[in-house]
Write a protein that binds this ligand. Sequence first.
Ligand code: UMA
Ligand code: ADP
Length: 460
Amino acid sequence: METAELLTRLEQKLGLQQQQAKVLIVGLGTTGLSVARFLKNLDIQFAMVDSRDKPPLIDPLADEMPDVAVFSGGFDSAAFEVATHLLVSPGVSLQQETIAKAIRSGLKVISDIDLFACAVDKPVIGVTGSNGKSTVTTLLGDMGRYTGVNTAIGGNLGIPALDLLKQDADLYVLELSSFQLERTSVLEPVAATVLNVSADHMDRHAGIEAYAAEKKRIFKGNGICVLNLDDPVVMAMQEPNRTCYTFSVKSQADYYWAQKTDELMAQGSPFIARAELKLEGLHNVANVLAAIALGQAVGLDDEGMRKALRAFNGLEHRMQKVAEINGVSWINDSKATNPGACIAALNGSQEKVVLIAGGDAKGAAMTELTEAVQQKCKAVVAMGKDAEQIEAALKEILPVYRVKNMRQAVSQADKLAETGERVLLSPACASLDQYKNYMERGERFIQEVRKLEEVACQGS
Ligand code: UMA
Ligand code: ADP
């Protein structure tokens, strides 16, 4: 897009006038840096503020843009007083005192997704939900590639939306978190889905209704809405006069799993046999149905989509088999950072489970796990900040063992699991109380399991 046209759009849609706007970017992480680059290119004035003493991307910013003003070590900055627009990174709450005050005083909140929406001139698919976003977004990227459509994927998945524009793609697929949607007002995807809604990030949202309302923002505009027929909270988002495709693993829908024939159906015709998928668990069948619906919504070729589905092995740290030791399978599902994901993992398990759970519950109630744990588990090993909460919720129904770290967790689980059973790391909690991220937590689990494997090999 020509710069002049982009500037016009920014002015019309976001009130960002090149000469007058002063954007205060809150947060110098990957989002903040992508925005700084975008605004610098357009000669729009901005400054940056970060509550940390040394924001993570301060060095690359200083190298690329040494003249940019950065106020770090707190939000107590006069920069808020001169700004016209606030671009708040998703990791920072809009309820933070200084930010809330600035918003009340009339500063307009915008997001990197808003800027992206103004700058993009190709179709955008939006993917949100409490669980399955990364899987569906990645699958759509593969489907695009297998059908010969130059597809860029990113957003909450990792590459900030604005950085995707460099790829000059023909189709963009954005994974969007509730935090990104909450501060986005102009994105109108050609097709979008809310995969499911269950309690997550309750420490940042006023409640599940408020959280669901943020998710619903993905359906802004007139694009095709892809809705989960099995989730009443999602179905309640349906608007009259909109084209909606439903998906279901329980009953007939536009896209559904036909249990009798074990096929995935699309618009009344068999699309692919479940046996052709490498992904485990019924929740992944739901994810695949949503991806097919979105793919067809933007006209991707069916055969290319099938090829992508047959090849897709799933993402790391989601229901990955790490080892089989003395007849016990060890599964890494470290990305299960909320109860909904852990419940899906348990429901998909055929074997009896020793569950390793815990971390930061982010305000979610661990009692949500009760039914699935009762049906599938023989014991729970609890670690991390909210281990006590897990113990309190589950100790009446099965043994709960408290441990301090992953080494102890694996060792305890090893003592408990017997041939034909599975040890599942599916924490139902965020990892940040003990690890850098869920990847580090999963890697630590894998390391400990590998040690067990070595010992088992030496013994045999
Ligand atoms: N932070 C401060 N002070 C600040 C700014 C940030 O303490 O002034 C902290 C935040 O509280 C947070 C961390 O720094 O813990 C990172 O925040 P950020 O907004 O700067 O993060 P970015 O590096 O810009 O990454 C963000 C998303 N991060 C969050 O939403 C926390 C990334 O999603 C996303 O990939 C990236 O933008 C590109 O779009 C990560 C994530 O954890 C994977 N998302 C959550 C999730 O999936 O559950 C929502
Ligand atoms: P997200 O990006 O929304 O966090 P992921 O695809 O990374 O989603 O999966 C995160 C966790 O949720 C994993 O533990 C995975 O097994 C589980 N999961 C994936 N899809 C679903 C679903 N449709 N319903 C419930 N849990 C799911």
